[in-house]
Design a protein around this ligand. Structure first.
Ligand SMILES: C[S@@+](CC[C@H](N)C(=O)[O-])C[C@H]1O[C@@H](n2cnc3c(N)ncnc32)[C@H](O)[C@@H]1O
Length: 440
């Protein structure tokens, strides 16, 4: 791999380690000037580093007296160690290129250290017992390991292992185009349908331009377990449907595919992300007749701030038959797609996020018609955001009852269903169907 690629990777790692960007933001920024054919290596090197950061760091730290405070120095050592341990780069190349990097990155004083430390890493690929801790063994922060172990005593190891693997690549088939499956099987002979989610097809990862019929809206890229949302909400023609936290519109598109004749409103607080909802819909709506989706900027937690036209429609009885509430969450169910989350989140964030979810759920529930359904969804495996949230909501709202979804997969809970991340399957999701009494 080119020195320019390694330099870009070090910059990405240093940005994230310095706390100035998320991994995706740093990749967007640092990949701009790199030739397209070199970008996948940088992505994969950075993702692998964050997947295994605690053990990667422990490997090189055992050979230094003091951890260098410079994020660039740490990034060079992390990247070199990841190449040796996880990317099958020949050790001599990983060491030589890392030493060259110190010069290219104007840190020549680090050359000797990087050379000797990485050589030792290559000679001792196993961590000594003294360095084996829950963090280095599971490559997660201690609080995360303990929380998962306590909340999922029968599944914690599987969850942590799945979090550290590469996510499978799932497509959603737009069933308005049945012939698209023939084209898919021809272009991707490895394509396999999910055993429970009928629209989900797993293929080897590739750019969307190489997915047959992608531009024409025949397929979308969406995790298999995320596809349950549209089946569980089950919108019908003519109904008023709200997708309350819609951006970037993955689930909005699926709702529309399921019921193009429904009256769908897609709302989100972030105007910049709503553009993505529009783009997704335009791609899917080609050659399929249906109602346009109304895309709306709104903060669902503060009814006083809603657009006047919306307030007027609601006051005139225009409440919703069905609401999808895919709340902002810790994203603890999608760690393998965002491995930096493990280090960006702090334990106290979970309570803060949970309070934000409570506010949105409380206000949104008021938008539902009597007899209507609200689907509460998160991509989290933390109980505070899932069952505990729904439990508290039901105790405040006797006019609602929960109907545990029956999916033929996942772990049914008292109120909802928890899908755990699976190595060859979907991500971690939680769904609860909340039905409002008809006489309310
Ligand atoms: C999990 S994402 C939604 C993903 C989306 N449903 C999809 O499938 O593509 C959560 C979304 O909630 C939005 N959000 C956060 N707080 C909100 C609020 N108070 N009101 C409306 N949207 C909010 C965020 O901007 C973010 O786009």
């Amino acid at each position: 791999m080119s020195l320019a690629s390694r330099k870009a990777a070090v910059r990405v790692l240093a940005d994230v380690l310095a706390g100035t960007s998320t991994l995706d933001e740093a990749l967007d920024k640092r990949l701009k000037d790199l030739p397209a054919e070199h970008q996948p290596w940088v992505r994969s090197a950075c993702y692998e580093t964050f997947r295994h950061l605690p053990s990667v760091k422990a490997h090189w730290q055992q050979h230094v007296k003091k951890t260098p405070s410079d994020p660039v120095a740490q990034a060079i050592l992390n990247l070199g160690t990841t190449q040796i341990l996880h990317l099958k780069t020949p050790a001599y190349a990983a060491v030589d290129e890392s030493v060259k990097l110190t010069r290219v990155m104007k840190k020549p004083h680090l050359s000797g250290l990087v050379n000797s430390v990485l050589r030792k890493v290559a000679k001792t690929p196993q961590l000594p017992k003294a360095r084996l801790t829950p963090e280095t063994q599971w490559d997660h922060p201690l609080w995360w390991v303990e929380k998962i172990r306590q909340q999922w005593p029968d599944h914690w190891q599987d969850i942590l292992l799945a979090n550290n693997r590469k996510a499978p690549f799932w497509l959603r088939h737009n069933t308005h185009h049945p012939q698209a499956l023939d084209a898919l099987r021809q272009a991707c002979p490895e394509a396999e349908q999910h055993p429970q989610v009928p629209t989900a097809w797993r293929i080897e990862p590739r750019p969307v331009s190489a997915i047959p019929g992608f531009a024409a809206g025949h397929f979308s890229v969406q995790d298999a377990h995320a596809q349950w949302a549209a089946f569980l909400l089950d919108p019908r023609p003519g109904e008023r449907v709200l997708d309350a936290c819609a951006a970037p519109g993955g689930k909005t598109g699926h709702l529309w595919e399921r019921a193009p004749a429904a009256e769908i409103v897609a709302a989100d607080v972030q105007a910049s992300r709503l553009q993505r909802v529009q783009e997704n819909l335009q791609r899917l709506q080609q050659a399929v007749a249906g109602q346009p989706v109304q895309v709306l900027e709104a903060n669902l937690a503060t009814p006083g701030s809603w657009p006047a036209s919306w307030q007027a429609a609601l006051a005139a009885g225009g409440r919703f038959d069905r609401i999808l509430l895919d709340v902002p969450c810790s994203a603890s169910g999608v760690v393998r797609r965002h491995p930096d989350i493990k280090y960006l989140r702090q334990p106290e964030d979970i309570q803060r996020i949970s309070r934000q979810q409570t506010d949105i759920l409380e206000a949104t529930a008021g938008l539902l018609k009597p007899g209507g359904h609200l689907l509460y969804a998160t991509c989290s495996v933390f109980d505070e955001e899932n069952e505990q949230q729904v439990e508290r909501f039901l105790s405040r709202h006797p006019e609602f009852e929960a109907r545990t979804p029956s999916l033929g997969q996942g772990l049914p809970q008292t109120h909802g269903v928890q899908l755990l991340p699976q190595i060859d399957g979907g991500d971690g999701f939680y769904y609860a169907v909340l039905k409002k009494r008809a006489d309310d």
